[in-house]
Design a protein around this ligand. Structure first.
Ligand code: COA
Length: 160
């Protein structure tokens, strides 16, 4: 059984992430979406809120589960015996960061664990969680870029 991890801060999850999750779920027997607290970022949503949103969006993907973790990605990957770590590439700008991370991780992962890259659907190649939050905060329209439940949750946060 091949098990993969798709990790990120997902603050919040977008249609770009969902596209990667859906495609990766067809490539592996099991896919875990790993929500991580990235200490370099100040999140809008708590880890629990982010996990809850993702859980609601993967109900139709039976081989996908959500988990959360802190600390070094490689420790979580090795402790849970993942065969692969999936990452999405949106543009050439992602490549430099991703190759550095993948090469560093290749030193840290247990033998046999691979980083696997999927090209992001061009419809979503320009989005990030931050740009979505910024546009919603300024009352811009992002209906085609995030699931309705996510849009509602972002609006709720900004109305407080
Ligand atoms: N569609 C839409 N947006 C996408 C996307 C896609 N397919 N892929 C990435 N993004 C967005 C993310 O939402 C994120 O937006 P934001 O910066 O506005 O929050 C941005 O692109 C960057 O994504 P990513 O590179 O996945 O950053 P991240 O913070 O979500 O996750 C970690 C990075 C947490 C996985 C990485 O830092 C990590 O592994 N940390 C653990 C510590 C560790 O092991 N460090 C050593 C690594 S070698």
């Amino acid at each position: 059984m091949k098990k993969a991890l798709y990790s990120g801060s997902f603050d919040p999850i977008t249609n770009g992430h969902l596209d990667i999750i859906t495609r990766a779920s067809k490539m592996f027997d099991k896919l875990i979406v790993g929500v991580i607290h990235n200490p370099n970022k100040t999140p809008l949503f708590s880890v629990e809120e982010r996990v809850k949103m993702i859980e609601a969006l993967i109900v139709d993907l039976p081989n996908v589960e959500v988990d959360n973790f802190t600390g070094l990605l490689a420790d979580y990957v090795n402790n849970n015996r993942f065969d692969a770590v999936v990452r999405g590439l949106r543009a050439t700008t992602d490549f430099e960061y991703e190759i550095q991370m993948a090469q560093m991780n290749s030193k840290l992962f247990s033998p046999g664990t691979e980083s696997v890259f999927l090209m992001t659907n061009p419809e979503y190649s320009f989005i990030s969680s931050s740009v979505i939050k910024e546009v919603v905060a300024l009352n811009g329209k992002v209906d085609s870029l995030v699931p309705p439940i996510v849009l509602e949750e972002i609006k709720k946060k900004f109305s407080k």
